[in-house]
Design a protein around this ligand. Structure first.
Ligand SMILES: Nc1ncnc2c1ncn2[C@@H]1O[C@H](COP(=O)(O)OP(=O)(O)OP(=O)(O)O)[C@@H](O)[C@H]1O
Length: 773
């Protein structure tokens, strides 16, 4: 069209040039020059000198001038280009610069990666410190049925915004959601597990971990957790990884892994590792342990040693899990399935033990009863599922708003996950969504719920020490406390005993002093008595001839029984202690027994010899040194006349008074009374210690007090009954028998065996006395 116009103008002879100029506008300079020539020739034809210039011609002239200017410019630029074309680059410089730039880019890339991984680490640290529940969002691919129904995807993933997604609402607005990680429909099971791995493996470090999948029915919860034999899910991969890590740490740590599987179906807990086909399922309950953790007593805990065993167990459990077909899902889970992995760890270096749990939970899908078209048993299941999920929602809301009461016990599920949701545990939630526009409402609901879960701050997780070990230590501490108490008690007792001992020692010292005084007095008394006795002997022998006296006197003096043992023979005063010396091995000493008389004699001889060697004998130590004072009345004249001058030494008698009317020796017993106390009180409940003091020494068998007679010891005494055969021959004894003497038992101190010897044989008496002297 434009070409035609130019042609028309060309017919005028002017426009043809113009047309040429336009057409050559983009061509080379030669063409421009040619057109210029034409114009110039045209100008010549219409020169102003030849006539008035037409306006169009004027226009042409102006344009020609412009062309000229442009032509000059063009020539200039062309020269420039030619120059540039001719100019050669300095290649080494450029390549160097390029190299520099490449290196710089590499460094920057590296720095960026380092920074982003550091940022991620810090972010995870913050999350752990705050105790946030991590939330991963996973969107499943749109399925054929949905495409067939004309549904479109409403989920958009912005590549520039990491871990974010947008939901296109029906009103064309976009809703943004951000999570800890967002998995696109094309992300496979490995990608999902790669992000999950760091959390699950912390169970080996002694942390409690809980991972649960939440979302609308048919969104891929079971696919994520269980997976398929070709595409195994988090459960299997986790155990595989745990075995792998345990193996790599086997030099430092020893691990034991055991698995339990249960489901919460219609608010009942069922053990999936127990074959319930033959009998009704065992009823299990959630109980709080002493440590405050939630436990299910009676739950089977199967120890596993390799992944094959794990897979067998998982298959067994999955096969008995309650599943059913709904309009939304062919294989819909009708229960919450919980897999618990218990890890017991022992540090081989420091012996530290840990016991931690890993919960892997596949929740039943939230579903709209109307939409999934359920009825009968399925409807009931749906109601239970929704009820427990709504209880989970309430717990999440309460935790997010930090209210004082968290309604964990409103459902079995929340009760069981109490520690995982609000305790010292690392928790991860998979929020599963469908991309389909038909599920938009549920998707928004799930994402809103997940955002709330992400906001929960439950405090940092902490390592779990092995409770059994803790209990052992507690018991030990308790025992130690008890022992400390006992020790303190014993120390108190020892202290009080020491005090008592000191007091007793003090008393004994006083007593020893007293005894020493008494001994001194006694020695004095003895001296006086010897003088008296010498005088008595002298008067008694006045009737005999002076010659006989002269002959007998040295013998008498020789044969005279000692009034008391010499200082050498006297037993040294013992320190009174609280300890009784041990009895000799031959048994208890029957001091006045007939049967032991011979033995006593032997003992006497032994003792005597040992005394001579100044050694302390145990028997000697055991001999009592107590004695009393007895008043001995003069024997009746008949007795003296008949020559019955029996001297039967009695060691203990009471202070007795003699009734004057008594005539026979046998009636002495009846006449003698102990004024201080009634006789019966000695052995009948009375104080035996006091009773002993009431017994007084009597040299005459007739002078036995009723108390002494009643005493079994004295009744059996050979001195009491069988002394008639013995007749004293010693003049001192004879003289003493004639006199009223106050008998001091101190005189007979330690002389029991002497009397025994006297009784058994009168002939041996003088020997004994001689020996003693
Ligand atoms: N990411 C995915 N890639 C491929 N297929 C998937 C994915 N997620 C889910 N599916 C498929 O979607 C279907 C439903 O998944 P699944 O049964 O896991 O859902 P669900 O959420 O467990 O449902 P319900 O709550 O009813 O048990 C399955 O056939 C599963 O194979």
């Amino acid at each position: 069209m434009e070409g035609e116009q130019h042609l028309q103008i060309c017919e005028d002879g002017v426009l043809s040039c113009e047309s040429k100029e336009f057409s050559d506008n983009n061509h080379d300079s030669d063409a421009v020059e040619e057109s210029e020539d034409t114009v110039t020739s045209g100008n010549q034809d219409v020169s102003p000198a030849s006539g008035p210039t037409l306006p169009i011609l004027q226009k042409i002239i102006d344009l020609s001038n412009k062309i000229k200017v442009l032509k000059d410019e063009h020539a200039l630029v062309s020269n420039h280009v030619k120059e540039i074309k001719n100019c050669s680059f300095a290649e080494p410089e450029i390549s160097r610069a390029l190299q520099l730039l490449t290196t710089e880019l590499g460094t920057l890339k590296k720095q960026y990666l380092e920074e982003s991984s550091e940022r991620k680490r810090l972010y995870n640290e913050v999350i752990e410190l705050k105790g946030n529940i991590r939330v991963f969002c996973r969107c499943r691919p749109i399925n054929l049925a949905e495409v067939a129904n004309g549904c479109v995807s409403v989920v958009e993933f912005d590549t520039t915004q990491e871990n974010e997604l947008q939901i296109l609402s029906s009103d064309s607005s976009k809703k943004h959601f951000k999570f800890d990680h967002v998995f696109k429909p094309q992300d496979g099971q490995e990608t999902v597990f790669a992000q999950t791995k760091p959390i699950v493996t912390s169970v080996l470090d002694g942390y409690n971990v809980c991972i649960f999948a939440y979302g609308q029915t048919g969104t891929g919860k079971t696919f994520t957790m269980e997976g398929t034999p070709e595409n195994r899910g988090v459960n299997y991969r986790t155990l595989e990884e745990l075995f792998h890590c345990a193996e790599s740490r086997s030099r430092l740590m020893k691990f034991e892994l055991s698995v339990s599987m249960l489901e919460v179906y219609n608010e009942k807990i069922m053990d999936l590792l127990v074959d319930n086909s033959n009998h009704p399922p065992k009823k299990l309950e959630v109980k709080q342990s002493a440590e405050g953790t939630q436990e299910v007593p009676g739950l089977v805990e199967a120890q596993v040693f390799n992944t094959d065993e794990v897979w067998d167990l998982l298959k067994r459990g999955y096969s008995v899990r309650s599943v059913g077909s709904t309009a939304a899902n062919e294989q819909s889970s009708r229960s919450h399935c919980l897999l618990r992995v218990t890890v017991k760890g022992e540090n081989l270096i420091n012996g530290q033990r840990t016991r931690s749990h890993l919960w892997l939970v596949d929740l039943a899908g939230s579903e709209r009863v109307g939409k999934v078209e359920v009825e009968g048993e399925r409807l009931k299941e749906s109601q239970f599922i929704n009820k427990s999920l709504s209880a989970l929602g309430d717990v999440i809301s309460a935790l997010a708003s930090k209210t004082s009461h968290i309604p964990y016990r409103n459902s079995k599920l929340t009760h069981m996950l109490q520690n995982s949701l609000g305790g010292d545990c690392k928790t991860l939630m998979f929020v599963q969504i469908s991309p389909s526009s038909s599920d938009l409402g549920e998707t928004l609901c799930s994402l809103n719920f997940a955002s709330r879960v992400r906001g929960i701050e439950s405090g940092p997780a902490r390592k779990q020490a092995d409770v059994s070990e803790l209990l052992k230590l507690k018991q030990m501490a308790e025992k130690l406390k008890q022992e400390e108490k006992e020790t303190k008690k014993l120390q108190d007792t020892v202290q009080s005993l020491q005090l008592r001992l000191a007091a007793r020692e003090h008393i004994s010292k006083g007593l020893q002093d007293k005894v020493r005084d008494l001994e001194f007095q006694l020695a004095e008394e003895r001296k006086t008595r010897i003088k008296q006795e010498t005088r008595a002997i002298a008067s008694a022998s006045s009737s005999t001839t002076s010659r006989q006296v002269r002959e007998q006197l040295p013998t008498i003096t020789e044969k005279k029984p000692p009034l008391a043992p010499t200082r050498m023979l006297r037993m040294p005063l013992r320190r009174i202690t609280n300890f009784m010396p041990q009895q000799p091995s031959q048994g208890p000493i029957k001091r006045f027994s007939d049967a032991t008389s011979t033995k006593s004699k032997e003992n006497y001889n032994n003792n005597n010899s040992s005394r001579r060697s100044s050694s302390m004998d145990m028997n000697a130590l055991m001999k009592p040194r107590r004695s009393s004072i007895a008043y001995r009345p003069a024997p009746p004249p008949s007795a003296v006349a008949s020559g019955n001058k029996t001297l039967l030494p009695r060691r203990r008698v009471s202070i007795a008074t003699l009734r004057p009317e008594a005539s026979s020796s046998s009636s002495y017993m009846n006449m003698m009374t102990t004024p201080s106390r009634p006789s019966s009180s000695i052995f009948r409940g009375g104080n035996p210690r006091k009773a002993r003091y009431s017994k007084l020494f009597s040299p005459d068998h007739n002078l036995v007090t009723p108390n002494a007679m009643k005493s079994s010891r004295f009744m059996k005494s050979p001195l009491g009954g069988g002394g008639n055969s013995w007749k004293p021959s010693h003049p001192t004894v004879v003289a003493l028998q004639k006199k009223t003497v106050v008998w001091s038992p101190l005189k007979f101190k330690n002389r029991r065996s002497t009397f025994l010897a006297m009784r058994s044989s009168s002939s041996s008496t003088s020997d004994v006395l001689r020996k003693e002297q």
